[in-house]
Design a binder for this molecule. Structure first.
Ligand code: ATP
Ligand code: MG
Length: 341
């Protein structure tokens, strides 16, 4: 059996999108190839104007790429007629930064809208809407109009509507950018839940590293229409290579403030990184306690990426060179990554 067809749900090959603005042509997306695996949460991060929305809209052909091919499931969307495309689009849900709800319709009718388009009416439609209301915890608000809802509640309606036709994929265009941090977290946990319980693959775009860190498995960084870095979130976070990626990582780790602390230090400066269960162990203390070496923690992040706890500390070790070498060796032996700065 062809394993590839099963693991790759979205395949973008050499996508370029240019817009004609007056006499000039603007390349919003330049030769991007990318695959999203079935069941994963894939994030695309980039600054404003980087081409994120354009790329995302190419996935369901709301935007037709100037060149390149788009495959979702087993179907090459770029080869379909407009009519065939309509049917395939039902398998691709989408949510938006500004929710895009029908303001003259109730919550219930907003959610029922895609069902109506798919020909589902009557009790079956009603049952399905009830199920979706429960999923997004809006049972109490079914008869309200969008204007009577908070931002978080509006996005829940958007999510329920996007899921109504049982899609394989959910595309999210800055779904939390209009929300406060607490509401953002509640929407992110809902997305995690949907991914875990329903197995829906999620492709999201954002300019917030917090979003990537909380829920994504893999991330692509895009800049000026091109992918500049791509990998597992854990790896990209701990070892960012491109300057744009480093900027985004700094959003959540504040290493710039630490550089002040790193001036005029006498000892050996190390960056110590650990992942998983090690986060809970007193490894640093254990490594120095039998030695005359002392340590100072100058900067540190201890947090969680999706389900994985991790820590990254900037530590100064004070003592004899040889003793410090031994401590470094002991840390590495315990599975910590140690880089000299
Ligand atoms: N319909 C259009 N016509 C002309 N140029 C466009 C069009 N849509 C987007 N662009 C240009 O393409 C580039 C990428 O835009 P895009 O909206 O994809 O960026 P983005 O990364 O989503 O930005 P933001 O974070 O601000 O939403 C920008 O330079 C933008 O001006
Ligand atoms: Mg955008």
């Amino acid at each position: 059996m062809d394993d590839r067809g099963h693991t790759h749900l979205i395949e973008l090959h050499n996508i370029t999108k240019s817009y004609q603005v007056g006499a000039v042509s603007v390349e919003a997306v330049r030769d991007i190839s990318l695959t999203v695996k079935r069941g994963e949460i894939f994030g695309i991060i980039g600054h404003s104007g980087a081409g994120k929305s354009t790329l995302l809209r190419c996935v369901n052909l709301l935007e037709r790429p100037t060149s390149g091919s788009v495959k979702v499931g087993e179907v090459e969307l770029t080869k379909l007629s407009q009519r065939q495309l309509q049917a395939q689009r039902r398998k691709i849900g989408m949510i938006f930064q500004h929710f895009n709800l029908l303001s003259m319709s109730t919550v219930r009718d907003n959610i029922a809208f895609p069902l109506k388009l798919a020909g589902l009416t009557g009790t079956a439609a009603r049952d399905r809407v009830d199920e979706l209301l429960k999923l997004v915890q809006l049972e109490q608000h079914a008869d309200k109009y969008p204007a009577q809802l908070s931002g978080g509640q509006k996005q829940r309606v958007g999510i329920a509507r996007a899921l109504a036709a049982n899609p394989d994929v959910l595309l999210c265009d800055e779904a939390t950018s209009a929300l406060d941090p607490q509401t953002t977290n509640s929407i992110l946990s809902l997305l995690l839940d949907i991914n875990a319980k329903l197995g829906i693959t999620i492709l999201l775009i954002t300019h917030e590293m917090q979003v990537i860190r909380s829920i994504c498995d893999r991330v692509a960084v895009i800049d000026k229409g091109e992918i500049v870095e791509l990998g597992d979130v854990l790896h990209v976070f701990l070892k960012p290579e491109h300057p744009v990626t480093r900027d985004f990582v700094d959003q959540v780790s504040d290493t710039s403030a630490a550089s002040v602390l790193l001036e005029k230090r006498q000892g050996r400066l190390l960056r110590v990184t650990y992942v998983g269960e090690l986060t809970y162990e007193p490894i640093l203390y254990n490594a120095v306690k039998q030695t005359p070496v002392q340590f100072v923690i100058l900067q540190g992040t201890v947090s969680r990426m999706k389900q994985t706890p991790y820590g990254q500390l900037i530590v100064e070790l004070l003592g004899e060179d040889l003793e410090i070498d031994n401590v470094v060796a002991a840390l590495r032996k315990e599975g910590l990554e140690v880089d000299t700065l």
